[in-house]
Ligand binder design. Structure first.
Ligand code: MF3
Ligand code: CO
Length: 249
């Protein structure tokens, strides 16, 4: 069942969304060669505590951290570590979720450590564009498949592939609500989008094959072929005035 949120609930989700946004902005500016993902974790943990919020991921099915930090061929759910330092040319996906006054916000971005090659820049750009195109479809009159297919169409037109094992999701008083929001689909299919629905839309895009596997740590998902992967995510409400990106000012 897809839960539609009232305007008052959307205002609460907006507060969670802006907290997530602010943390991601601060983390983005910390990214440079030599920093560890544990330093990012510490900052995020502090900001969430200061805001009187709760980290959404920590303890979720036993996940150990506040952030997911996934480097290069790691797709999602990479665990922050003080051992692994970012190097020039790496990309890091930072995913953060919070609960504030009972409502969740969830967003992710991919950031380069120092300069990256033009092909890698293109992967990031196309993934971010696919999220923008999907958000554009998150409006009354459309169906869920319009959102999902917009991602797939753009990604595949550029020769990349969308990951199948992980999907976006409804979000509200739980981090994961109905519906699932795959990064592939058919236009005109699926549930109709209604006022007050909130979706976490999160394209995960591989430069090579779509196949993924999970490492020994039981969390880190990596590309099967070792190719790079990019991830961007926003929490988006469907309103009568069009898509409202809650995790962006
Ligand atoms: N943004 C991810 C999601 O929506 C993060 C979940 S990580 C987990 O599923 F550890 F909490 F599972
Ligand atoms: Co999510």
């Amino acid at each position: 069942m897809i839960i539609c949120k009232s305007p008052a609930e959307l205002q609460k989700m907006r507060r969670s969304g802006l907290l997530v946004y602010g943390i991601l902005e601060e983390l983005k500016h910390m990214i440079r060669p030599g920093i560890s993902t544990a330093e990012l974790e510490r900052l995020a943990e502090k900001r969430i505590r200061e805001a009187g919020a709760r980290a959404a991921f920590k303890g979720y099915y036993g996940y150990p951290c506040v952030l997911c930090t996934s480097i290069n061929d790691e797709i999602v759910h990479g665990i922050p570590s003080s051992e692994r330092l970012l190097r020039q040319g790496d990309i890091v996906k930072i995913d953060v979720g919070v609960e504030l006054e009972g409502y969740y916000g969830d967003a992710a971005t991919t950031v380069a450590a120092g300069g990256i090659t033009p092909p890698l820049e293109r992967l990031l750009r196309v993934t971010q564009e696919s999220l923008a195109l999907a958000i554009e479809q998150a409006r009354l009159g459309n169906r869920l498949g319009d959102v999902c297919s917009a991602i797939q169409r753009h990604v595949e037109a550029h020769g990349y592939s969308v990951v199948r094992e992980f999907v976006g999701h409804g979000i509200g008083q739980k981090m994961h609500e109905d519906p699932q929001v795959p990064n592939y689909g058919t236009p005109g299919q699926g549930p109709r989008l209604r006022e007050g629905m909130v979706l976490a839309i999160e394209p995960m895009v591989n430069a090579g094959s779509a196949d993924a596997k999970v490492l020994e740590d039981k969390w880190t998902a990596v590309t099967a072929d070792g190719g790079y992967s990019a991830h961007f995510e926003h929490t988006v409400a469907i309103t009568r005035n069009g898509p409202w990106v809650l995790t962006r000012p």
